[in-house]
Design a protein around this ligand. Structure first.
Ligand code: BGP
Length: 479
C-alpha cells in the first residue's frame, strides 16, 4: 500500500470509537429493551455483577445506573458528529444496541424506531464523509435473553444473534462496509457478565460454562461473517480482541511459559475466528481443566469457511506475569488480566500500565500470527480532567500518551505491519465500562456530567481537540 513519507498509508482511517451503552442513554426510549449493562450500577455492587452475580433482572431502587442516560448521545448525536467532523474524522466506530433492534432479543419482528435511529445516525456520518465501523455486540445482551435462556450458555442465542445480524446487514448494506462481531471477545473469560451476559448458579463449573458460551459466540460470529459477505458484497468483517502482549517477569523459563499460556488464553478466540479452527493447544487445555465443548455437526465447517477479513483490537497496556509467589503479590489494581506491576513502566490513575513500545510489539505479534490487516479500534488514556479558571481543559498528559502510542504505531507500520486505521477510545467523554464512572475521561471533548449523574451535558473542546485535528490533517506526520 502507498505510504506517506511519515509512514502511514494513504487512506488510513483516523477517527474515534464509542459504544452504544456507554454513550447513547435513552435506555428505554423508542421501544428499546433492557440490556445487561442497564443493570450495572456504579459503586460496590458493580464488580460482583460483572463477574456473574446478578441480584435482579430489574434496576434496583436507590442505585445509580450510568447507562440509562450516559451522555445523551441518542439526542445529541448531530452536535457530536459535527465536532468529530471538525477534527477531521474519517471513521467513527460505534455499536448498535441489539435491544433497540430486537427489544427482547427473540422477537419475531424488529423494532422500526430502533432501526430508524441508526439509519439517521449513518446518514449524518455520511453527510460529513465519516466511515462507520460498526460493532454488533459491545457488552450488551437483551436482558430477556439472560432471564429466559441463560444468555450465551444457551445454543439458541446463536440463532437470535444471526437473525439480528442479518437484519442490520440488510437494512444498512448501502451505508456500512466495516463491521466487527463481538467487542473484546476474550473479555468473556475475565468479566463473563459483561462479555456474554453470564450469570452463575450456585455450584456451577464456571470455566466449563465460559468455554461453552465462547463456542456459541464463535459460531455466531462466523455465521455473522457468512451473512455479511452474502448480503454486502464489499463488506469487511472483523473480530475484536482486548490485546496486549504478556511479558515474562524474568528469564526463568517457567515465567516465559506462563506468559505464553496467558497470551494463548486471548489468542484462542482469534485463532478460531481468523484461522478457522480450534488451535492445537486447546485440546490439552480442555483435557487438563475437565472442559468438554458440546459441538453440533457442521460447527467446524462453519468456523472453517467464514473467517474474518481483518483483526480489530484494543490496546491500552501490556501485561506482566511471574510464577514466583513473592512477585505475584505485586498485582496492579484495576486490571482484569491479573497483571503484576512492571518496574520499568508508569501507570495511569486507574493502575493501567502505560507502555507505548508494547503497542508496537503487540501489533507485530498479531500480524506475525494472523497475516491479516489490523485495525486499532481502541486506544487511549482514562484520566481525571480538571477545568481551569477559564473553563478550559489542558490535557497535555493525554496528548503525551496518544503521541507516544501513535509514534510506536508508525514504527509498527514501518516494520511492515498492515494497519488500516486507528480509532482512539472515547473521543468524547463517555461512561467508563469497568467502573461506570464519568470522571474516568478519554475524550478530546469534555462533557459536563459527573459520577452522580449531575451536570448540563454541555460539550466543550479540550486542548487535545486541536492536537488530534492536526494529527489527522497531516496523516500522522505532526504528532
Ligand atoms: C474496553 C472496552 C470499552 C472501554 C475501554 C476503556 O475494554 O471495549 O468499552 O470502555 O475498555 O475501559 P474503561 O471504560 O473501563 O476505562
Amino acid at each position: 500500500m502507498a505510504k506517506d513519507k511519515n509512514g502511514f498509508p494513504k487512506g488510513f482511517l483516523w477517527g474515534g470509537a464509542i459504544a452504544a451503552n456507554q454513550t447513547e442513554g435513552a435506555y428505554l426510549e423508542d421501544g428499546k429493551g433492557l440490556t445487561t449493562v442497564d443493570l450495572l450500577p456504579t459503586g460496590e455492587k458493580r464488580f460482583p455483577i460483572m463477574l456473574g452475580d446478578l441480584p435482579s433482572y430489574q434496576p434496583l431502587e436507590g442505585e445509580f445506573y450510568p447507562s440509562h442516560e450516559a451522555i445523551d448521545f441518542y439526542h445529541r448525536y448531530k452536535e457530536d458528529i459535527a465536532l468529530f467532523a471538525e477534527m477531521g474524522f474519517q471513521s467513527l466506530r460505534l455499536s448498535i444496541s441489539w435491544a433497540r433492534i430486537f427489544p427482547n432479543g427473540d422477537d419475531a419482528e424488529p423494532n422500526e424506531a430502533g432501526l430508524q435511529f441508526y439509519d439517521n445516525l449513518f446518514d449524518e456520518l455520511q453527510k460529513h464523509g465519516i466511515e462507520p465501523v460498526v460493532t454488533l455486540a459491545h457488552f450488551d445482551v437483551p436482558v430477556h435473553l439472560v432471564e429466559a435462556y441463560g444468555s450465551w450458555k444457551n445454543r439458541k442465542l446463536i440463532g437470535f444473534f444471526e437473525k439480528y445480524a442479518k437484519t442490520v446487514f440488510t437494512r444498512y448494506k448501502d451505508k456500512v462496509k466495516y463491521w466487527l462481531t463481538f467487542n473484546e471477545i476474550n473479555m468473556l473469560l475475565h468479566l463473563p457478565y459483561v462479555g456474554a451476559g453470564l450469570v452463575f448458579k450456585e455450584g456451577e463449573d464456571e470455566q466449563q460454562v465460559k468455554y461453552q458460551a465462547a463456542h456459541h459466540q464463535l459460531v455466531a460470529s462466523a455465521l455473522a461473517v457468512k451473512a455479511g459477505h452474502e448480503i454486502i458484497p464489499d463488506a469487511q468483517i472483523g473480530c475484536m480482541l482486548a490485546a496486549g502482549m504478556t511479558y515474562a517477569y524474568s528469564s526463568n523459563p517457567n515465567d516465559v511459559w506462563d506468559a505464553m499460556e496467558k497470551d494463548r488464553e486471548s489468542f484462542f478466540f482469534i485463532d478460531v475466528q481468523s484461522r478457522g479452527e480450534y488451535p492445537s493447544y486447546a485440546e490439552r487445555f480442555f483435557q487438563d481443566n475437565g472442559i468438554t465443548i458440546d459441538m453440533e455437526e457442521g460447527d467446524t465447517e462453519i468456523l472453517k469457511n467464514h473467517t474474518v477479513d481483518y483483526i480489530g483490537f484494543s490496546y491500552y497496556s501490556s501485561r506482566l506475569t511471574s510464577t514466583d509467589p513473592k512477585v505475584q503479590e505485586n498485582t496492579t489494581s484495576g486490571n482484569v488480566f491479573g497483571s503484576i506491576s512492571n518496574p520499568y513502566l508508569e501507570k495511569s490513575e486507574w493502575g493501567w500500565t502505560i507502555d507505548p513500545k508494547g503497542f508496537r510489539i503487540t501489533a507485530n505479534q498479531l500480524y506475525d500470527r494472523y497475516q491479516k490487516p489490523l485495525f486499532v479500534v481502541e486506544n487511549g488514556l482514562g484520566a481525571v480532567d480538571e477545568l481551569d479558571s477559564d473553563g478550559q481543559v489542558s490535557d497535555d498528559y493525554r496528548i503525551e500518551y496518544l503521541r507516544a502510542h501513535m509514534k510506536e504505531m508508525r514504527e509498527a507500520v514501518n516494520d511492515g505491519v498492515d494497519i488500516i486505521g486507528y480509532t482512539s477510545w472515547g473521543p468524547i467523554d463517555i461512561v467508563s465500562a469497568s467502573t461506570g464512572e464519568m470522571k474516568k475521561r478519554y475524550g478530546y471533548i469534555y462533557v459536563d456530567r459527573d459520577n452522580e449523574g449531575k451536570g448540563s451535558f454541555n460539550r466543550r473542546k479540550k486542548k487535545s481537540f486541536d492536537w488530534y485535528k492536526q494529527v489527522i490533517e497531516s496523516n500522522g506526520e505532526n504528532l
